[in-house]
Design a protein around this ligand. Structure first.
Ligand SMILES: [Zn+2]
Length: 605
């Protein structure tokens, strides 16, 4: 899919009124200036889902879901941004500029379509064998022995590949399918001499579907002693194990409702949970979770829980994925099953209630990782170092200073290594990511600045003061990059349109948490009165400039004292003063790397 240019996006956004689009999914009532309905993203009895016609955004005060008309379509239909734009363009009759498709691209698209068609036909054939034929008896009995019921069999279109070298091949020949393409789909295995035979024989068949429910490959479980026990379709143009999850199509809706996706390791784990009406489950296809998988998960629901086997291998597999979840900033928990049990065993033996209980006790994976690492500490200096070195790379990936601080405190208590030393360790081996300046900054973030949010909040409510943000040059002192970006966007959008185009702005804000905060502020039913808000804004600006001035005065004073100490050769005092100077400089620098007007190079020691 090619990129869609900005103008087209704008045109679609202007035509697709958010009240109409949301209104076709959700019953909306007018309440004051906004529309109110039951949130489609979480279950609620009292409506807290708000749509603003004026601002062209939605926000749920229950679950925090928010955004533009595109966000709404992306979430409800599980589409990418480009797909959502196309969808709305079609619906509102906006012609998209024909993307020039090269001959090669066209060939690939057509081939992908043919492979999906053949897979779909094969799924029908396998499913027919399982349901209707005598030959499917062995597979049905097997499913029965695993407790899988009719509904689940149908929902997953489970099937049976008979014990034959050419069952599927003959079926496809009857259907006039080009057998060469069937071989490219991985369903037939070519022999020398141009002939081919069925890849899947005497196996229980699991059609693997993409998020739109189209069959792209198969998993097959042997019903005899054949090896491997599980055989997947080979990688094809449309099937990549590292980019596919089993159960995507069946899990989608439930993931949206529960805001959570469970990840299990095997087909039968997934079916066993599904059987007990736990539908928000997906599984990788016999591979470890990849970064791509985690990205797919983050599109299904905001949070994930790993429900892996209760043994060391299961734990290891879970911990290996921690890094990916941290990189994607996606909260993930780990559900510890009793030793030697997999989810299939557990739910069948202990029942759904016991499973749900365990689920509610699942711990953050980071915490599990920390515990696991700390268990290697035996009191020796060496093991202490090993623990610190193991956890440092993960702690560094945490984007929340509060969470980071919390974990550092645990390490402090358990290892007897102070937070300061741990912070030094965090920064020492990094590639300049967490420098002293940033760790200083992080500390401040954890304690202090509410003021950045305060300023943005007021400006979102009273956009005509946005120019004062620019005039006051307060933006330079914003210490948190995300908020500084929002400030910059406010100025940009206001300058471009002479008013605030909030739904456009929200599209440019990457950080979801911040996006949600902004939209909720903009829809607040009773924002402050204008005078109060204005005087508070002025206080913020004044506070920023005076604290900057104070810092600069301190710097100047410190430098004089250092010179004096140098003259007296008082090295101890010098060291202290230098440390203080570093800290102050870091604090000042954090907000104004480019601000040359106030601090010339010559003044910096
Ligand atoms: Zn909601």
């Amino acid at each position: 899919m090619g990129r869609i240019n900005r103008e087209v996006i704008e045109e679609v956004r202007a035509s697709a009124n958010i009240v109409d689009v949301v209104g076709s999914y959700v019953a909306l009532r007018k309440r004051g200036r906004n529309y109110l309905g039951l949130c489609p993203f979480h279950s609620e009895k009292e409506p807290s889902f708000t749509v603003s016609n004026e601002k062209q955004i939605f926000h749920c005060f229950g679950c925090g879901a928010s955004g533009s008309v595109f966000d709404f379509v992306m979430r409800t239909r599980n589409l990418t941004f480009a797909e959502a734009v196309r969808e709305l363009a079609n619906r509102f009759g906006i012609p998209l500029p024909q993307e020039k498709e090269t001959g090669q691209a066209k060939k690939i698209r057509e081939m992908a379509e043919r492979l999906r068609q053949i897979n779909t036909m094969a799924a029908r054939y396998f499913s027919g064998n399982l349901l209707n034929k005598n030959s499917g008896k062995i597979a049905r009995e097997y499913l029965q022995s695993r407790g899988i019921d009719e509904g689940t069999i149908q929902d997953f279109q489970l099937g049976y590949a008979p014990k034959s070298w050419d069952g599927l091949k003959r079926f496809l020949t009857r259907e006039k399918v080009d057998l060469k393409v069937a071989a490219q789909a991985g369903l037939l295995v070519p022999k020398s001499g141009g002939d081919s035979y069925d890849r899947f024989r005497n196996r229980l068949m699991f059609p693997i579907k993409d998020v739109r429910g189209r069959t792209i490959g198969f998993g097959g479980r042997a019903l005899d002693d054949s090896m491997p026990k599980y055989l997947n379709s080979p990688e094809t143009l449309i099937f990549h194990k590292g980019r596919t999850l089993y159960g995507l199509a069946t899990a989608r809706e439930a993931c949206r409702q529960t805001n959570e996706t469970l990840v299990v390791e095997g087909y039968f784990d997934l079916l066993a949970l599904y059987n007990k009406s736990i539908h928000q489950v997906v599984a990788p296809l016999g591979t470890a979770l990849t970064l791509n998988h985690v990205r797919m998960l983050s599109r299904l629901a905001p949070r994930a829980v790993l429900v892996f086997d209760g043994d060391e291998a299961g734990m290891k597999a879970a911990l290996r994925s921690l890094e990916f979840f941290l990189r994607e900033k996606m909260p993930v928990r780990f559900l510890p099953l009793p030793e030697g049990m997999d989810p299939d065993d557990f739910i069948n033996k202990e029942g759904k209630e016991a499973f749900m209980q365990l689920l509610s006790e699942a711990k953050p994976l980071m915490e599990v990782f920390l515990e696991q690492s700390l268990s290697k500490y035996d009191g020796s200096v060496e093991s202490r170092l090993i623990v610190v070195r193991t956890v440092a790379p993960m702690l560094r990936l945490l984007d929340s200073p509060i969470a980071q601080e919390g974990y550092l405190r645990v390490l402090d208590q358990r290892l007897g290594v102070s937070e300061e030393v741990l912070r030094a360790e965090l920064s020492s081996s990094s590639i300049g990511r967490v420098s002293t300046a940033t760790s200083q900054k992080r500390k401040k973030e954890a304690e202090l600045p509410e003021w950045e949010e305060g300023i943005i909040r007021i400006l979102v409510n009273y956009p005509h003061w946005i120019p004062t943000l620019e005039e006051s040059s307060a933006l330079k002192s914003f210490q948190r990059k995300d908020w500084a970006e929002v400030g910059g966007l406010l100025i940009k959008y206001y300058q471009e349109g002479g008013k605030l185009d909030l739904s456009g702005l929200l599209m440019d804000v990457q950080n979801e948490e911040i996006r949600n905060m902004i939209s909720s502020w903009s829809l607040e039913t009773s924002p402050w009165r204008e005078e109060d808000a204005h005087s508070r804004l002025r206080e913020y600006f004044a506070g920023i400039s005076s604290s900057r001035r104070r810092l600069q005065d301190d710097l100047k004073r410190l430098k004089e004292e250092i010179q004096a100490a140098e003259g007296r050769r008082d090295e101890k005092l010098m060291a202290e003063l230098l440390a203080e100077l570093q800290a102050k400089k870091a604090a000042l620098l954090a907000g104004e790397v480019n601000d040359e007007a106030n601090l010339s190079k010559g003044e910096m020691v």
